[in-house]
Design a protein around this ligand. Sequence first.
Ligand SMILES: Cc1ncc(COP(=O)(O)O)c(C=O)c1O
Length: 487
Amino acid sequence: MSDVNPILSGSAQSIAAYQEAIEQSTKAVVQWLKQPEMYQGKSVAELRERIQLEFNAEGLGNQAAIERAVEYFLKDSLSVHHPQCVAHLHCPSLVISQAAEVLINATNQSMDSWDQSPSATIIEMKLIAWLREQTGYPAGDAGVFTSGGTQSNLMGLMLARDAFFARQGHSVQLHGLTGNLSKIKVFCSESAHFSVQKNMALMGLGYQSVTQVKTDKFSRMDLNDLQAKLAQAKANGEQVMAIVATAGTTDAGAIDPLAEIAALAAQEQIWVHVDAAWGGALLLSEKYRHLLNGLELADSVTLDFHKQFFQTISCGAFLLKDARHYQLMRYQAAYLNSDFDEEQGVPNLVSKSLQTTRRFDALKLWMGLEALGKKQYAEIIDNGVTLAQEVARFVATQPQLELVMEPQLASVLFRFRPQSGEAADVALLNQRIGDALLASGSANVGVTEADGITCLKLTLLNPTVSLEDVKVLLASVIACGQQLHNA
Ligand SMILES: Cc1ncc(COP(=O)(O)O)c(C=O)c1O
């Protein structure tokens, strides 16, 4: 072992090494931020060839390891803050979120037990209580920070499943799944996130358990079809364990009719989980908060702060309306949450989470809210929604572009359509535009499908992006499309 102790501690030597390493990394980030390109435009094959691991017995030392990370990782990273980087629900991050990461990482608290994260545990619980209040839930702290939307959706579906079995006197936790499982269904819209399917497979019920409800022309769950499919399920002897409504579908940003879905579900005692991974950002908005009316009726909610809350990855939350349902996943681990501790009122968040060791991601949201205040936070969220409306109006004026759908949150779905000559395959052409722009390093535009046909997508989360920036991007989409079409 080299004579330099590599562990972060209070020793003068360690503190000096820490400061040096952080300073070197920060300087590199500053250089990278100044880079004008969105991406250096290397292909998959080029990066495979270029990136070679160099683990040797002696070790390179911190400085060389950081230099190599700058060379092989940082320089070829995607500038998510770049105005032409608008493909996904992948946000640029708040400066305060970066500062929070420094604190989170250096302290390395773990949220599974109070003795590993004393102040952090209390902050997370208070933040969950605050999020519940914003949601319109009863006072309490049932909920937890998660790695993101997929995990939060898993928690909602798992508790829905176990509550469903519990009503029939069966504990899934103790005895596993039982009965005719092919009859157990989850309903969600055709536009719901694929994590519903993935999670149902993970939970042993398979993709076959997911019944997709049709959507209207705005990608919102169609209530008539929901009603018809619920009736059909009953007639088939199927049992619906949950309806997953979406507040902000991944592409269109559609918000399902939350209150109406909750009312239908209540008639049949069906659990409602709302995936508000994207639309949950409107909780902070004065202008658009009303779009989430009915969210408070859900049994559980997914929120995601590494989308339109501008937090670094990862940062999500799960909220559970009725804390008693947490009993369904309770586990007493003597070394973490002993009976004795719990009787003394020691909060050990492991009993609310699927994870054991867990990052203190809540700090980022807490510091973000304190630094920006609700007003500025709301402004940067609203900005994307308003920009999408402006961009849609502009797209509608462009003869070579077709607006696929009016925007609902901060995304715009559209297609390039060549004016001259017939495009043999408009879908393929649009796919190739997206790929070509990324390969050139100039822009990252989303490629997805609307009504089963490929289209392009701009996800306009970034509050520093202007309408002029988007016009530049659309001009390059048109130029690229025309070139590919003519070739
Ligand atoms: C509506 C919706 N739900 C869930 C998810 C999954 O979230 P995560 O990627 O944080 O797991 C996404 C991701 O984009 C999403 O758009």
